[in-house]
Ligand binder design. Structure first.
Ligand code: SF4
Ligand code: MG
Length: 314
């Protein structure tokens, strides 16, 4: 049984521009111990999908199952035990750290909410996790503004791991950091995965980060998954023109340019194109693409693509 299983998930919002179809029919599975990368341009619905999985945003339709248990419509109170097991790491940890609380107080709050032992036990858990994420022991008496960006992300990671989660949704966890710091934080996430036996849903607009990190990669475009493959296959045999365009934006001397760079703007999720939703930007689009939505088809074991031409693209 997969750790997380999402089927035909939709998260639609009403806005001034009409109905925003941010997540528009997504299926995904995260197996135990797996790191699933979710890539796509910013604005394609990745963060909304991540938050919907945690029910921080409510789905409009579809099903979310955690360890086989349907959590789609559970009320917030009975979600508490699941909340413990699914945590989120955000792009900007600073925005989610209360500037008036010490790191010790910030880390103690979730332990109190989830009744994780008495004060002495909580202090023990906190100093343990602070050491594991590579922060100095005296961090617990200091305030968020006293830390660098990378250290703040370590605090964010410590907070996510405090309650021994099984699944961590990482939403662009290194995008706000300098390159040298990015590597440190990614390495820390790899170590923590081993240490705690975690699974990750790892969201990033940066394919090179996902390439380093993921076992399997899902490519998302305008609310839908358009390609899914294991990491190596995605890089050696990308089939969707959108995947290829994203890859071409990543400098790689070993890979000659294969397709034209991605032109045009991402259409609004309130005005999703007919047929294949990528047709307005696809260099290969035909008349069929403008009228008929391609099925998400298996082109090889473990490799699915939503493109009419997927079998012809090599
Ligand atoms: Fe391009 Fe057509 Fe494939 Fe869509 S279905 S990605 S428009 S070739
Ligand atoms: Mg985002």
């Amino acid at each position: 049984m997969p750790l997380l299983s999402v089927s035909d998930l939709k998260t639609h919002y009403k806005s001034r521009d009409g109905l925003l179809r941010a997540v528009d029919g997504v299926d995904l599975v995260v197996e135990r111990g797996e790191t699933v990368g979710l890539v796509g341009e910013s604005g394609c619905g990745k963060s909304t999908l991540g938050k919907t999985v945690l029910r921080l945003v409510e789905p409009t339709a579809g099903r979310i199952a955690f360890k086989g248990e349907d959590i789609t419509t559970r009320d917030q109170k009975s979600l508490r035990s699941v909340r413990k097991s699914i945590q989120m790491i955000f792009q900007d940890p600073y925005a989610s750290l209360n500037p008036r609380q010490t790191i010790g107080e910030i880390l103690e709050a979730p332990l109190i909410v989830h009744k994780a032992g008495d004060r002495a036990r909580r202090q023990q858990v906190i100093s343990g996790i602070v050491a594991k994420v590579g922060l100095p022991a005296d961090s617990i008496n200091r305030y968020p503004h006293e830390f660098s960006g990378g250290q703040r992300q370590r605090i964010g990671i410590a907070r996510a791991l405090l309650l021994s989660p099984e699944l961590v949704v990482c939403d662009e966890p290194v995008s706000a950091l300098d390159l040298s710091i990015q590597a440190q934080i990614l390495n820390l996430l790899v170590e923590m995965k081993k240490e705690f036996g975690l699974s990750y849903l790892f969201i990033s607009h940066d394919l090179s980060v996902v390439r380093y990190f993921a076992d399997r990669v899902l490519v998302m475009y305008l609310g839908r998954i358009v390609e899914s493959a294991d990491n190596a296959t995605l890089w050696s045999d990308p089939r969707h023109p959108y995947t290829r365009a994203l890859m071409d934006a990543v400098p790689d001397p070993a890979r000659p340019r294969q397709a034209a760079p991605l032109g045009g703007d991402l259409p609004s999720p309130s005005d999703i194109p007919t047929g294949c939703r990528f047709h307005t930007r696809c260099p290969l689009a035909t008349d069929l693409c403008r009228t008929h939505e391609p099925e998400f088809r298996t082109v090889a074991p473990g490799h699915q693509v939503a493109c009419h031409l997927a079998s012809h693209i090599h």
